[in-house]
Design a protein around this ligand. Sequence first.
Ligand code: RUQ
Ligand code: CUA
Length: 664
Amino acid sequence: MHESKSGRGANGWAALLLALALGFGVAGCGPQGGQELQPSGSQNGASTAELMKQRGLSEADVTAALKTYTPTGVHDPYYIFASGGHSGQVIVIGLPSMRILKVIGVFTPEPWQGYGYGDQTEAVLGASDAENGVPLRWADVHHPALSEMAGDYDGKFLFVNDKANARLAVIDLEDFTTTQIVRSGLIKSDHGATFVTPNTEYVIETSQYAAPLGGTYVPIEQYNEKYRGATIMWKFDREKRRLVKEESIAIELPPYGQDLADAGKLASDGFYFVNSFNTERAWGGSSEGNPPLESGASQNDMDFLHVIDWKKAEQVAAAGKTEMISGMRVISLQTAIDEGILHLIPEPKSPHGVDVSPDGKDIVIAGKLDTHATVYTIEKIKAAIAAKKYAGKDDYGVPILPFEDTIRGQVEIGLGPLHTQYDDKGNAYTSIFLESAVAKWNLADLKLISKIPVHYNVGHLTTPEGDTVSPDGGYVVAMNKWAIDRFQDVGPLLPQNFQLIDTNSEPMQLLYDLPIPNGEPHYSQTIKADKVKAISVYTPVGTDPTTRSVSPNAVEAGKERVERRPDGVHVFMTAVRSHFVPDVIRVKEGDTVHIHLTNTEQAKDATHGFAIADFNVNVSIEPGEHSDITFVASKPGVYPLYCTEFCSALHLEMAGYLLVEPKS
Ligand code: RUQ
Ligand code: CUA
């Protein structure tokens, strides 16, 4: 194995733009791919040295293995919660073993969990069906955010966004299930989402592509006048475990391409920061004589960092200075300007990540078309706001704070820096997309320390507790968009590649490659495992996971029954190893069938599944869980039903029949 240098200097804008247009970094750098290791089957009894020799492993390989190997029964000290990208799901991974623990169904039906099949989870998944008119059953998940108290992850909830359809979801970390999906109706896409304020007072969702607010039609020629961005402060009610639209506040923004966001903490508590690109307000139309969107959007040397005073926004909304759009309180752009809620600061061309440092003093921006990380300080930003020291106003009258007066400095990082994470030693780690590398640099003196190549085209990074006021350090995981030669071929669509890096060693050491096979993960957050207090059974028996209280339809053992009611046949059923009671269901063709199913088990891992042929019936019932299933027995016939989890020695016998008698 060899490690080659990136072999690429600062080639100027032309090369940079070309590489960007191709969306393609320096493929081929780093250890050579495509080797096959010898299997170890014939090596029983070999010493470590002999095994290394036979399998062609270096000392570094063995060190890497020792740093990640986790014996059976031993648990990882961290959870990674990774976005599942356009799978619409969330992936849960143990760190440092990189073992995949769960894929949580969020915006997409997930058959193993029965998510999106039973009545309860169908209601969660279909929350915006009526408003949208078209049922949405996929999403583009980008940025998970763990709930926080005093700027520290508290292990209670996880929020994620759907960039494609501008939705947010709430996942309860007691049972790792999705309990709520919301949509404002105000914006059409989001990207600066989800980010939480230090006590999870609000979950931030900011639009990406400008559109008329509220979803009306306006010709695109009126882009400047009528198209708008918006940032939404979704109120989170911890008691109810829900985002509350009526108590949420939106702020109208100019029609720039608002990008990533981050909430201030400690020194910068009360503010949040949103990047933007396309402050040129290009809208495409390349076949109508306009420049294509990508070049139209890259004309200006600077775009705008949006500085938002959310505590002020809260006061302004409380004073009633809002208008209602799509059932949401909106602070108009003019009000946001008049009340000093919104300020802009120039930021280097087409930035992407904005990341607040653990002490809240620094705000680090990395620009895709700039080779630097730019470090702003909240102290200087606050001073400029207080002194009304403006470098001008944008076309909408938003005051612009001077660039030079708000920054502390810049660090030369490399080609195409994107996202920054922090450790416990005052270091920052920035992903470098075009160079396919991770840079380690010191936050205090803004000095580059070292770089490590990754494979390939890295997007976000995650460090343990990395977005909190006290990161743990030790590791960084690079979330790479391309795998190219890292794994054996599986056809043209290749997995994404999560690479685990040891940051305590210098130079940093690459430890492990984890292929992600179900969607492009963007961001992840990594939390100490002991902060997450997951339950193992639902108590009391009959609990509905979406409400976390006993379902009115819960069934007790011995009280199973079938009732004919005006709205159909109600089957009150229990599941316990290894039978369903009742196990024969008799209905008539055309009947609406309501199955109320309680798993009466209280043993850890004693899950049952419930499936019926032909009617798309499939749920998973965890110990103590109650689930309701509704379907129309639209065709006569004999339909086996059975348990889908191999729950016991008599699992195959955990079965029965649905008999649908013909009408006539
Ligand atoms: S953002 S890397 Cu949502 Cu960078 Cu994808
Ligand atoms: Cu219950 Cu198999």
